[in-house]
Design a protein around this ligand. Sequence first.
Ligand code: SF4
Ligand code: SF4
Length: 758
Amino acid sequence: MQLAAIIVSLLLTVVGVALISRAIAQIVQHVRLGQPVPAGSRTDRWKQRSLTLAREFVGHTRMNRWGIVGVAHWFVAVGFLTLGLTIVNAYGQLFQADWIIPWIGTWPPYEVYIEFIALFTTLGILTLMGIRLLSLPSRAGRKSRFTGSKLGQAYFVEYVILIIGLAVLLLRGLEGAIHHVDGYEASYWVSYPLVAAFRDLDVSTLQNLIYLTAMIKLGATMIWAITVGLNTNMGVAWHRFLAFPNIWFKRNASGAVSLGALQPMTSGGKPIDWEDPGEDDVFGVSQVEQFSWKGLLDFSTCTECGRCQSQCPAWNTGKPLSPKLLIMSLRDHAHAKAPYLLAGGGKTMEGEERASEEQLKDVPAAALAEAERPLIGTAEENGVIDPDVLWSCTTCGACVEQCPVDIEHIDHIVDMRRYQVMIESSFPSEAGTMLKNLEKKGNPWGLAKKKRLEWTKEVDFEVPVVGEDVEDLTEVDYLYWVGCAGALEDRAKKTTKAFAELLNIAGVKFAIMGGDEKCTGDSPRRLGNEPLFQQLGAENVAMLNMAFGEDDEDESTKKPKSAKKIIATCPHCFNTIANEYPQLGGEYEVIHHTQLLQHLVDEGRLVPVTPVEALITYHDPCYLGRHNKIYTPPREIIAKVPGIRSEEMHRHKERGFCCGAGGARMWMEERIGKRVNNERVDEALSLDPDIISTACPFCLVMLTDSVNGKKNDGQAKESVQVVDVAQLLLDSVKTPTDPEPPAATADAPEPEPAPAAG
Ligand code: SF4
Ligand code: SF4
């Protein structure tokens, strides 16, 4: 038995170690095929990065949001890292059955720990196996987060861990027996029943059982190493190694998720100079090797856990996009194409092969075939990512928020969109109207700039305009950035007027930019039209800097950010001005209107007195919540309104469900699956609310469209209202004797193209 155990274990070890070493080298090579990143952007603040990594791993901070799964995974992950010494012990036991690691092997705390972690690793993996089996795609279909994951690989990994966990415990029992442990000891607190069971066996039997169990343990470990070594794209196994660098290199050293701002476009690791782009600059991504090395590391790290998929509004409404499947497709493609790229292969912008025949002569045919696949293309074109997948994303951030290994899905999606829009001019044609309107008129509806001021004539107080009623912004407390929807869209204008009236009641001095305001560029940027974003952003930043009384050419006149206060009612404007305009030289202190309103209520400058007897549910706008972590102020305002009863939808805060308008989806038809706004409104209506409240003009429009459609179909009661929290607060702040504000004009525009409800 001993000889067989030694031969089998050592043979498997030699093959396993060789293959896994080769695979590590291959993965490093694969990742290095990616483009460089701007200097320091992924390596700054290394101490902070290390702390973030330690916190995320030790605290399992991302996984623990998933309750028992997080706890079970913690034990499995810690067990994987710390059971290494039991492997050393097993090798020793192959040669001498009663061998124990010198020093530490008989140290009671070590033995207690090994028993503990072996038990809980085993229980942990059993829990994870049970959870997977309870949510099999064959039972739950699309609702299963494992749909599309490589289940065979997952079962393999799980069973190997189970075998190893059980083998460690069994070996402990045999060790106790062969070392004559004849009474309960803390060092055997878990395995003591096994010790007692084996105690009466003769020494030879015990030795053979130890050889056999050590071989099973080492054999399972090495079969795992061989399998993993032969499959560099086996994310369910490789994430155990790759998650560590992937988290360390994440966008924000502080540990914040990669949401909020989109990253500036780079080519060859350098930001593109939009005033004078280089001749060789690459715009966006059309080949997998054009992603940065961090992108390629992201793809390889995906565990296929499907948390992103389970939260994705596109996937949940029957669209072909699943962030998990997207990342898996990119990973499998990158790994399959890698031999071709490593041999020097690659295509010029004109599609010509760079490498000579000689260079490619040893490249496997499968890799050459993979290299011919278009990155974006339909199934008929053998594309890696279908255009319907690419254009289904609302950039809601649910995937990024949930990913336990910090994959940055949105940045990759937008990078692919950028190439499609800027080089191929290939995007849903409906969005072209929005782009043209932005180019010509600076707003998505293509309306004249004077229309931006019409709402000010519909309120019964003066709204100062910078350059007309006030010289510059030093005369007021805040600049109110109204936004295109807030100024031009009928339903959103109600929020604008309500908010302005609240400011007026509270005595807050504010001014607006009026006709000079332009679209911030959120939609074109997320569609992939970076030059248009750059143009709109540069114009807005120049105008804002001038309004704040600073010469943007002269560093000495620059004011601190805190002296330049902007309030926005639109979370998309908020996000762009606060998080993206610094990329363009615009540094402002930006607050959302719900933050200011909460402050004014807390200070007693706004007093909600009139009861609103209603059941309300609040919808978190993605760009306010997930992208900017503002969850409390709207809820605090609602809580201050007398009479109101509030109930949360199942999906709220970090797990809030998108309305369907983000990522420029507002301007595209939704042809596949259920409409996202209908899915959200169905969830809201399941609570039978009187009011659905939100804090974003785009959410307001999407939810209102859906509610109106459902009212027409008799699926919603006529009395259900969709309102911004500002409108709700105004209703309560005003006493019944206050005059009603004038009604909105009838000729205000509808979105074009209007997202059809139904
Ligand atoms: S950002 Fe939202 S819509 Fe886009 S892939 Fe992620 S979860 Fe899905
Ligand atoms: S949440 Fe992250 S690790 Fe899990 S499947 Fe999605 S991308 Fe992969």
